[in-house]
Write a protein that binds this ligand. Structure first.
Ligand SMILES: CC(C)(COP(=O)(O)OP(=O)(O)OC[C@H]1O[C@@H](n2cnc3c(N)ncnc32)[C@H](O)[C@@H]1OP(=O)(O)O)[C@@H](O)C(=O)NCCC(=O)NCCS
Length: 287
């Protein structure tokens, strides 16, 4: 039964509030089998940044630029926390990511006038299965990312490679630096394809996730991008395989990646490399 729950809004959370929100997200992950917040939102919770944090006694929502995520503690659902958080955001145009294609989230979204818009797949492949040999185009070599040297070039190529992508194409130097400061960051797993003049043509940034819940350790194709003028020369496939070999050599048995269901070129590439759909995140839209 939906009740009215008071909402507090803040630009930044105190250390105790950060702990509370992350504990709430952990409780939801335990109950739902999927972590309810994206990496971007967790980084904003922990480090601050643009965006607004909304909280009820048992719910949390993050909102930035008309897009948000929300989660309610599993022991306090159907008590109006989700509705109150949405109410505090107001009747404006809004996008919400729901991680996992949960029927409860679907019912809540429909009840509040949202429709399904984008679907983001997580695909996986065993790294114990053999990888194809994909040669690099002539004159192209692969080297590791050099912190303090490669940042500007990477931000530029990333923006071009993801010009059509609503989130990835907007990453700034700060978005890169905040990730370089994370404990998981490993420049040896951040592969750059360069020409003979050392100009950046494309990259494959991998990220290793330790085992969590039911998930084994995962080596993620975190961001893979090729400068548009270098498309269709086999560079994406060669960079993918080079990164997957790096992950396999590091002892990982599973590779994962996220891709928009509608990104035909990327989905085709990943299917050819043996990836299959593992789960889906749904972007709901109202407005
Ligand atoms: C989806 C979620 C945020 C809903 O939060 P909540 O506080 O339980 O939602 P409310 O109590 O405000 O529910 C409002 C209405 O939505 C609908 N609804 C919510 N959860 C539902 C469910 N599991 N099954 C069917 N209908 C549901 C109902 O119509 C409900 O009204 P009612 O209880 O009077 O029937 C919560 O289940 C959650 O945290 N899920 C995991 C994170 C997630 O998926 N977030 C993205 C949401 S789009």
């Amino acid at each position: 039964m939906t009740e009215v729950q008071p909402v507090r809004a803040a630009d930044r959370l105190s250390a105790a509030e950060i702990d509370d929100v992350l504990a709430l997200a952990d409780a939801a992950a335990q109950a739902d089998g999927v972590y309810p917040l994206s990496e971007d939102v967790v980084l904003c919770i922990r480090n601050g940044g643009a965006g607004v944090h909304l909280r009820t006694s048992a719910g949390y929502a993050f909102l930035e630029d008309g897009a948000g995520e929300l989660v309610v503690h599993p022991a306090h659902r159907r008590q109006g926390h989700g509705t109150a958080l949405l109410g505090a955001i107001g009747p404006t145009e809004l996008r919400i990511w729901a991680h996992g294609d949960d029927p409860g989230a679907r019912a809540f979204a429909e009840h509040n006038g949202f429709t399904r818009d984008r679907v983001l797949w997580q695909m996986r492949r065993s790294l114990l299965d053999p990888l194809p040999d994909v040669p690099l185009p002539a004159g192209v070599t692969i080297r590791g990312f050099r912190p303090g040297f490669d940042e500007q070039g990477w931000v530029e190529v990333n923006a071009k490679a993801f010009a059509q992508h609503p989130e990835q194409g907007r990453w700034t130097l700060d978005d890169l630096l905040v990730r370089e400061a994370e404990p998981w960051f490993d420049p040896a797993g951040f592969l750059l394809a360069v020409d003979i003049a050392d100009s950046l043509l494309g990259f494959h940034w991998t990220k290793v996730h330790p085992p969590a819940g039911l998930d084994p350790a995962l080596g993620e194709i975190y961001v893979l991008g090729v400068e548009p003028s270098g498309h269709q020369r086999g560079l994406g496939a060669a960079l993918s395989v080079a990164g997957l070999r790096h992950l396999a050599a590091a002892g990982l048995e599973w590779a994962s990646l996220y891709v928009d269901e509608s990104n035909e070129a990327a989905v085709k590439l990943y299917r050819r490399l043996g990836f299959e759909v593992h789960s889906a995140d749904i972007n709901y839209h109202r407005g």
